[in-house]
Each structure stands twice: as structure tokens, then as C-alpha cells.
Design a protein around this ligand. Structure first.
Ligand code: DGP
Length: 115
């Protein structure tokens, strides 16, 4: 799927907007969240533009799996055995950027359920 011209994360993937990139693969890019909520807070995004996790899963199952592999690799590289992955889907549950991304959060104790 082509990049969306008005998409923030497409611009980060393309290198047009700077980000602290920590891991890159054929299908995915991982970079630190600008508004970190944990000592490790990394966003893993597909290079291709899909609005949310379900659309990515339908359109590109391999890239979907790669997001999870990259998240695990980044967690391990940063020394975290325990971590949380979050896909927000829809504005009412907190999605603010409509390019699929999984939040990797680690490095502090967390409670359940999330707010
Ligand atoms: P969500 O709310 O689930 O759509 O997550 C979007 C995340 O993107 C949010 O935690 C903040 C992060 N974010 C927004 N703008 C930027 C940016 O320009 N650079 C980086 N690195 N992260 C951003």
C-alpha cells in the first residue's frame, strides 16, 4: 500500500520527519515515542500505510507478524524480559495517529486494567 501524503508515521518511515529509530527491518521501523510513558516506549510501525492493526492483518499478515518480532527484539535489546504491547484502534480508546503502530512499553511495573 502506498504512503499517505498527510501521514506523520509515513513521513517518519520515509525519513522526512526525524525520529530516534532503534530498529529497522524489511517491513517495519521502530522508533521512540515522543511522549514516553515508560522507560522504554517504542512504536513499531509497518513501512506500508494501514489505518490500524486489523487492516494491516488483512492486508499484510507478514508485516503484522514482523511488528511483534521487532517489538520482542527491541525489548530484549533494552534488557526487558517483561513488556506490554498495545494497539489502540479508534479515537475513543486513544488512537491519535491513523497509521498502524504497536506501543512497546517496558521498564516499570504496570497495573491492569489500563485506563
Ligand atoms: P496512539 O495514541 O496510540 O495513536 O499513539 C500515537 C503515539 O505517537 C503517541 O504515543 C505519541 C506518538 N507521537 C506523536 N507524534 C510523534 C512524533 O512526531 N514523533 C514520535 N516519535 N512520536 C510521536
Amino acid at each position: 500500500m502506498a504512503a499517505a501524503s498527510d501521514c506523520l508515521f509515513c513521513k517518519i518511515v520515509a525519513g522526512d520527519i526525524p525520529a530516534e529509530v532503534v530498529h529497522v527491518t524489511e517491513h517495519a521501523v521502530a522508533f521512540r515515542d515522543i511522549n514516553a510513558q515508560a522507560p522504554t516506549h517504542v512504536l513499531v510501525v509497518p513501512r506500508a500505510h494501514y489505518r490500524n492493526a486489523a487492516e494491516l492483518a488483512h492486508g499484510d499478515p507478514e508485516a503484522t507478524a514482523e511488528l511483534l518480532r521487532v517489538a520482542a527484539a527491541v525489548a530484549e535489546a533494552e534488557g526487558h524480559e517483561d513488556y506490554r504491547l498495545v494497539f489502540n484502534t479508534g479515537e475513543s480508546v486513544g488512537q491519535s495517529v491513523f497509521h498502524t503502530h504497536v506501543h512497546l512499553l517496558a521498564g516499570r511495573a504496570m497495573t491492569w486494567p489500563p485506563g
